[in-house]
Design a protein around this ligand. Structure first.
Ligand SMILES: [Ca+2]
Ligand SMILES: [Ca+2]
Ligand SMILES: [Ca+2]
Length: 186
C-alpha cells in the first residue's frame, strides 16, 4: 500500500510537471478577416494580398487575424510572407488557400511587426546591426531598383511615415555625426 501511494504521489508530480502544450494555429491567408478563421475555414483572395501589402507599407495599422498572414510559418509577418502571396498570384491563385488547400502551421501569437528594438537594420542582418551596409541597402532599394527590405518598418528611421532620402541622411548623421538614434519600432 505504501509503495502504491508513493507511486501515486510521484505520478501526480510527473503529471503536474508536464508543460501545457502551446495552442496550435494555422495560417490560411485570410488576413483581412472577412471570412471564417477556423482551421480549414476562410480563404485567401486578392483582397487579402492587397491588405497585407498595405499593412507592410504602413498604410493600415493592424491585421484582422495576424497569424493568418504568417504564410511561411516563421512566426513573424514580413515581406517573406508577401513573397508567398505573390508566388500564388503568379501561379493563378487557383486554390484560395495556401499550399493546395492546406493551411500553414504557425504560432498563435505571431510577431505582427517584424521590427524589434531600434529601427535601421534595413539589410535584415541577424545581429540587428545598424551600419553603412544598411544605408547602401536603403539607397539601392529607393533609387536603384534594389530588393525590397524584408522589414519595411526598419526603413523609416525618422518615423515620419515615408521612406526616402531623409531616412538615409538620418542614419548617416546617427552613425558619423553624433545625430539622434533612429526611432524605436512599434
Ligand atoms: Ca512569416
Ligand atoms: Ca543591418
Ligand atoms: Ca522617413
Amino acid at each position: 500500500m505504501k509503495v502504491f501511494l508513493t507511486l501515486l504521489f510521484l505520478a501526480a508530480i510527473f503529471m503536474t510537471a508536464i508543460p501545457v502544450s502551446a495552442q496550435t494555429c494555422y495560417a490560411n491567408g485570410d488576413v483581412n478577416n472577412l471570412n471564417d478563421t477556423t482551421y480549414g475555414g476562410g480563404y485567401l483572395t486578392v483582397a487579402d494580398i492587397v491588405y497585407l501589402q498595405r499593412f507592410l507599407l504602413g498604410e493600415v495599422d493592424s491585421l484582422g487575424v495576424p497569424y493568418n498572414a504568417d504564410l511561411n510559418g516563421d512566426c513573424v509577418i514580413d515581406m517573406l510572407d508577401y513573397d508567398v502571396y505573390t508566388d500564388w498570384t503568379v501561379s493563378g491563385l487557383s486554390a484560395f488557400t495556401p499550399y493546395g488547400g492546406y493551411p500553414v502551421l504557425t504560432c498563435c501569437n505571431v510577431q505582427q511587426y517584424c521590427c524589434t528594438g531600434m529601427k535601421g537594420n534595413i539589410d535584415n542582418d541577424p545581429n540587428d546591426l545598424i551600419n553603412i551596409l544598411d544605408v547602401v541597402y536603403m539607397t539601392n532599394y529607393l533609387y536603384k531598383d534594389g530588393p525590397i527590405p524584408i522589414c519595411l518598418m526598419e526603413v523609416d528611421v525618422n518615423d515620419d511615415g515615408s521612406r526616402n532620402l531623409l531616412d538615409a541622411v538620418y542614419i548617416i548623421d546617427y552613425l558619423y555625426k553624433g545625430g539622434a538614434a533612429p526611432d524605436s519600432c512599434q
